[in-house]
Design a protein around this ligand. Structure first.
Ligand SMILES: Nc1ncnc2c1ncn2[C@@H]1O[C@H](COP(=O)(O)OP(=O)(O)OP(=O)(O)O)[C@@H](O)[C@H]1O
Ligand SMILES: Nc1nc2c(c(=O)[nH]1)N=C(CO)CN2
Length: 180
């Protein structure tokens, strides 16, 4: 069995509908979903529309961490996201109906899975820098910790994340379905 935290983001089209569709498609794999947050583009200063972000805790009976990368790609494809050429270094992130990142995976032994492939790096290599990942994650795992970076609550109180947390807006009027 593996468990994972996935980060969901949308800044194109009906953003809330895209998040709801992704959560619904996770179906039996969904354990719990965070609240929804309106977030300014990261990195700060990118000239793209604001995002809605959320995080989900999910579970699969198989033993393959790559399952979650495949699921992330499937959810993005179902939302109509087409992948263009690799983004040149420093270029802005294109607006997208749905972006799904695999933040962390735990194996059957409950230990974090570490992966160092460019196509699949675990934990996600930029998660510790991103208030839009860490804040929703805390909703679903209040004692979350990132291997190599410590407690998520500590990251949230330390720059560069601390300054960005103040710019996230909870959107409690936009609930996501939680797992059974
Ligand atoms: N933990 C991970 N979760 C999702 N994708 C990953 C992960 N590790 C590596 N990747 C790879 O990152 C590449 C870029 O993914 P994507 O196009 O979603 O990037 P992005 O959303 O524009 O930016 P960022 O990677 O900073 O979130 C993909 O080819 C994917 O295989
Ligand atoms: N606020 C915010 N910024 C981003 C996001 C996102 O989901 N939310 N996703 C990105 C690419 O993964 C890049 N920047």
């Amino acid at each position: 069995m593996t468990r994972a935290v996935l980060s969901l983001g949308s800044n194109l089209g009906d953003r809330y509908a895209e998040l709801c569709a992704a959560v619904a498609a996770l179906d039996d794999e969904l354990l719990v979903a965070s609240g929804v947050y309106e977030t300014p583009p990261w990195p700060p200063g990118e000239q793209v529309p604001p995002y809605l972000n959320a995080a989900v805790l999910v579970c699969d009976q198989g033993d393959d961490p790559y399952h979650w990368l495949r699921r992330a790609r499937e959810l993005e494809a179902a939302a109509g996201r087409t992948r263009s050429e690799a983004r040149p270094p420093g270029a802005p992130h294109e607006p997208r109906p749905l972006d799904v990142d695999v933040v962390m995976v735990w194996g059957a032994d409950d230990q974090p899975v570490v992966a160092n492939e460019p196509e699949f790096t675990l934990p996600h290599p930029r998660a510790h820098l991103r208030a839009f990942v860490l804040r929703p994650w805390l909703d679903i795992q209040p004692y979350a910790a990132l291997p190599g970076h410590g407690w998520v609550t500590d990251l949230m109180r330390t720059e560069p994340v601390a300054g960005e947390v103040t710019q996230l807006s909870p959107r409690p009027e936009l609930p996501l379905q939680s797992g059974a």
